[in-house]
Write a protein that binds this ligand. Structure first.
Ligand code: FMN
Length: 188
């Protein structure tokens, strides 16, 4: 079982990083492999909405904007599950994960076969470390992405600095649960 943990804050010791660490511990202590990707350390730019709105994403399921996107998009193919973690910015996901999701959904959304997220289990985490507001609107956007990808939404977690202590435990437990789910070939 290989789980990709995507986190998307520039802050290396903030609330998002604490969520990432609990997800990693949950996955690895359940005996699975964790591939941690910190999007803010990668060079992944925004979608160019090529030509009249669609580029190679529609016809070839690839993105013609060449940067680190290709490496992490390709890695998704070999994963059995995903944990997406974002800080809440303006009641929304962070810019780095938005840029990544925008490009993934264009490449994966209309695939006829070998869709990289199809039916795979996903946990989404939104970390609102300021006012604590905006988790719901942020997670609603995550849920739309999961729907478009036809992935399986196992859990959504909103965490604030006031709920930090017990929600970090939830993230650990949810991640361990995800890591023990049957892999694609074994799913009914
Ligand atoms: C541009 C920006 C917008 C933010 N908007 C919100 C918000 O809507 N709600 C909230 O609770 N916190 C908000 N915050 C605070 C972050 O959610 C908080 O700093 C969070 O802990 C970020 O994750 P980090 O600890 O990994 O940096 C915002 C922070 C930034 C930089």
């Amino acid at each position: 079982m290989r789980i990709m943990i995507i986190s998307s804050s520039p802050n290396k010791d903030g609330l998002t990083a604490a969520c990432e660490e609990q997800a990693r511990l949950g996955v690895t202590e359940a005996g699975a492999e964790a591939a941690v990707v910190r999007l803010n350390d990668q060079n992944i730019g925004k979608c160019h909405a090529c030509d009249n709105g669609w580029g190679t994403c529609l016809k070839k399921n690839t993105c013609q904007v060449t940067d680190d996107f290709q490496e992490y998009h390709a890695l998704m193919k070999d994963m059995d599950g995903f944990i997406f973690i974002t800080p809440v910015y303006w009641g929304d996901m962070s810019e780095s994960v938005k840029a990544f999701f925008d490009r993934v959904r264009r490449c994966e959304g209309f695939k006829k076969e070998n869709q990289f997220l199809l039916g795979k289990p996903v946990i989404c985490v939104a970390a609102a470390g300021g006012s604590g507001r905006g988790c719901l609107s942020c997670l609603t956007q995550f849920e739309r992405f999961i729907e478009h990808m036809r992935a399986k939404l196992v859990d959504i977690v909103g965490i604030t600095r006031w709920s930090r202590e017990y929600k970090l435990k939830d993230i650990y437990n949810a991640s361990a649960h995800l890591a023990k789910l049957p892999t694609e070939g074994q799913r009914g």
